[in-house]
Design a protein around this ligand. Sequence first.
Ligand code: DAH
Length: 340
Amino acid sequence: MKNELIKIKENALKELSNIKNLDSFRNLEIKYLGRKGEISTILRGLSELNDEEKKTFGKEANIIKKKLTEDFNKKKESLSQSTNKYIDVTLPGTQIKKGHIHPITQIENELVEIFKSLGFSVLNGPELESDYYNFESLNIPKHHPARDMQDTFYVDIKNKENKYDLVMRTHTSPVQVRAMQQFGAPLKCVVPGRVFRSESTDAVHEHTFYQMEGLLIDKNINIPNMIAVMEELLRNIFKQEIETRIRPGYFPFVEPAIELDIRCTICKGAKCPACKHSGWLEILPAGMVHPNVLKHGGIDSNKYSGFAFGLGLTRLAMMKYGVDDIRLFQSGNLKFLEQF
Ligand code: DAH
């Protein structure tokens, strides 16, 4: 009889664990704990046993009955809770909102692919830069008027030598010298990145924006090489012939320096705020790397020459997508961003 009792208990618990709804629970409860259920039948059969057996099996049967009653009650409780909140599997689910890549990053990625296909490496450098790399190594000594070309955020933190000499980099050009020092010549690299200026903002000025520096150093590099690379680049970006013009420019780290402008893609040359009412956009300043800069980079300017350019990624995104206010890019305005 003891074996029989144990078997009933095991079967009951096993079946109970498979029960998923209240209807089948009720049937199971009747099967085991009901008046005519298996436990009651056993208890009723005790009367046929002798006193000694009645005592042992009676006790055993009651322990098992108690255990089963407890487990059944627990199950009943959990089933009645879960049946209150049923799920309608036919209802449409909540759509998970997918983000997407920011338009500036999209342009950056596209450019990186173009340059990689032309054999350029992709490098980066620190946003918190030393005065040396941001200015001095680029042929812009302290107190030189050329520093006024860039409104700078000087940073109130001392460097490792306990001096105040850190700035938020104003351009990606400092990575030119860092790259020369690290890799030497010949060298072909681009440096996409975020730069900072202490600007009052308007449709074409922001305190934080993006550039991509390009640098190519090798033997016998000349100005036509530079122009060819830049025009190839613009053709790839705009997927069409773009009207360009080249003007002389001035940047202390290149000599000669040029400004390559493109026809304003917003007003098509009719003059608008985005092109400062000139019909042209300054998009690609460039030049032949100044011998002093090569020297800071540890490269012999008698053996090597090169060109560098600084592409305004943010401005390029404005032109490519026809955005007439630079401030929209950093606004976090989803109505704007979701269009890309
Ligand atoms: N770093 C310059 C700026 O932000 C842009 C620039 C001009 C970069 C000429 C160059 C260059 O590499 O050759 O204003």
